[in-house]
Design a binder for this molecule. Structure first.
Ligand SMILES: [Zn+2]
Length: 153
């Protein structure tokens, strides 16, 4: 069911295959794996700001953070996790339709090889690089998905 027909995030929720989901949140791998394990963590309800989340949604978010961070550490040895809630793009249209979601980027102090492709994080210890983009095909994305799924507790 699409909650808000004019919201791009609500539309995407109806089509994307999640890495895992909880009652309130869904976690999907980005096609851009410039930072290996890059995900979107999206609220399943259309809420416009973090301050509008319910206490239950926050409590469950903590569980998602623990689960995702520990899976990325176990899967690929990620050392650090960059979480940002931006929603800037939503304001490029009028009326703006922001929908709470987090951008999650694991960070690495070493190279990781998956499916014959090498993933690197040359700016480890510094702000992530928005230009570090690595679009992967569906079969590699599926392979990454399977490695992480094997470490979801
Ligand atoms: Zn929405």
């Amino acid at each position: 069911m699409i909650e808000n027909n004019t919201c791009e995030v609500c539309q995407a929720l109806a089509h994307n295959e999640p890495l895992f989901e909880t009652r309130f949140w869904t976690v999907t791998l980005s096609q851009d794996q410039g930072y290996l394990g890059r995900c979107y963590v999206t609220l399943k309800e259309h809420r416009e700001t973090l301050s509008r989340l319910s206490d239950k949604q926050w409590q469950e978010f903590v569980e998602v953070v623990r689960k995702l961070e520990s899976a990325m550490a176990a899967s690929f040895g990620a050392k650090l996790f960059n979480w940002v809630c931006l929603m800037n793009n939503a304001y490029q249209k009028q009326p703006a339709q922001p929908h709470v979601h987090w951008h999650f980027r694991p960070r690495y102090d070493h190279k990781v090889k998956v499916g014959g492709m090498v993933f690197d994080d040359p700016k480890f210890g510094f702000h992530y690089d928005r230009n570090q983009v690595k679009l992967v095909d569906d079969s590699l994305l599926d392979e990454i998905n399977q490695v992480i799924s094997g470490h979801l507790l």
